[in-house]
Design a protein around this ligand. Structure first.
Ligand code: AMP
Length: 277
């Protein structure tokens, strides 16, 4: 496995690989089993796997956790190597954004809802960096996690709307044994907050069970999540049942509908979702 820090080095590393299928897994590092499951998926669908590790300043708002975001490049490198990654691209912010930019990718739909309503400009930062990574790596396929559901929908929309020549693969959410969705930000939680954080998944699972038992009222399904959070004194930012493609709120629950939640637990913002079956 090679680790490179410049766009030029990525291009030259991949120059003689263009006849094989290249997969890209974009991450912000501090790798966990969720990220590594995307690597496994990438290895299934491609011959050569590139992981990018970049804490993208453009997608953090003022007052968010850019400065404190957990980082451990050596551990990331060891985990990536163990998992069969071929190339790690770990650029600096200066390498990614040289000089003042004049152009960004601005989503015109779906980005002001759910997480976007609480993180203005976030998805503009995400789409801009992902488009840049696509242009640097030029992968055949890129793998993202369902954990960031809205992100995956917007990236698919960007690829479609801008005719980007890359397939998008979305992999299921990897959870801790108690159900908490794995996230680099779980690192911030102390033991008490970590226990309370399991309420997000407990609520989603209770709602999914209620759906399976015939409940079709979105407000009642969301109520299961709100009650689970309320029981641990957690105020959600949002709990919504949305259409999987448009992210518009559903008037009637149906299979494929996505129940999504965001909440701040002891200062740490957590998100999770479940697709109704
Ligand atoms: P991040 O490093 O948090 O930006 O995440 C990088 C990629 O890993 C994104 O596509 C995420 O959706 C995905 N990801 C993060 N956590 C998980 C998880 N628990 N299960 C599956 N994918 C995940």
């Amino acid at each position: 496995m090679k680790i490179v820090e410049t766009k030029a080095a990525v291009r030259s590393e991949l120059a003689h690989r263009r006849s094989s299928r290249i997969a890209l897994v974009p991450t912000m590092g501090y790798l966990h089993e969720g990220h590594l499951s995307l690597v496994d998926r990438a290895r299934e669908v491609a011959d050569h796997v590139v992981v990018s590790i970049f804490v993208n300043p453009l997608q953090f708002g003022a007052g968010e956790d850019l400065a404190t975001y957990p980082r451990d490049p050596d551990r990331d490198a060891a985990l990536a190597r163990e998992r069969g990654v071929d190339l790690v691209f770990a650029p600096s912010a200066e390498e990614m954004y040289s000089g003042e930019s004049a152009v960004r990718i601005v989503p015109v739909r779906m980005a002001d809802r759910l997480c976007g309503a609480f993180r203005p400009g976030h998805f503009e930062g995400v789409l801009t960096v992902v488009a840049k990574l696509f242009n640097v790596v030029q992968p055949d396929v890129a793998v993202f996690g369902q954990k960031d559901y809205q992100q995956a929908v917007l990236i698919r929309a960007m690829v479609r709307d801008l005719d980007l020549p890359v397939e998008i693969d979305v992999a299921r959410i990897v959870r801790e044994p108690d159900g908490l969705a794995m996230s680099s930000r779980n690192e911030y939680l102390d033991a008490a907050a970590r226990r309370r954080a399991t309420r997000l998944w407990q609520g989603l699972r209770a709602a999914a069970d209620a759906f399976r038992s015939g409940e079709r009222d979105p407000a009642r399904l969301c109520g299961w999540v709100e009650d689970a959070l309320g029981g641990a004194d957690i105020e959600p930012q949002y709990v919504e049942l949305v259409d999987p493609e448009t992210l518009e709120p559903l008037e009637l629950a149906r299979p494929g509908g996505v129940l999504a939640v965001a909440a701040v637990v002891d200062g740490t913002r957590l998100i999770d979702n479940i697709v109704l079956e």
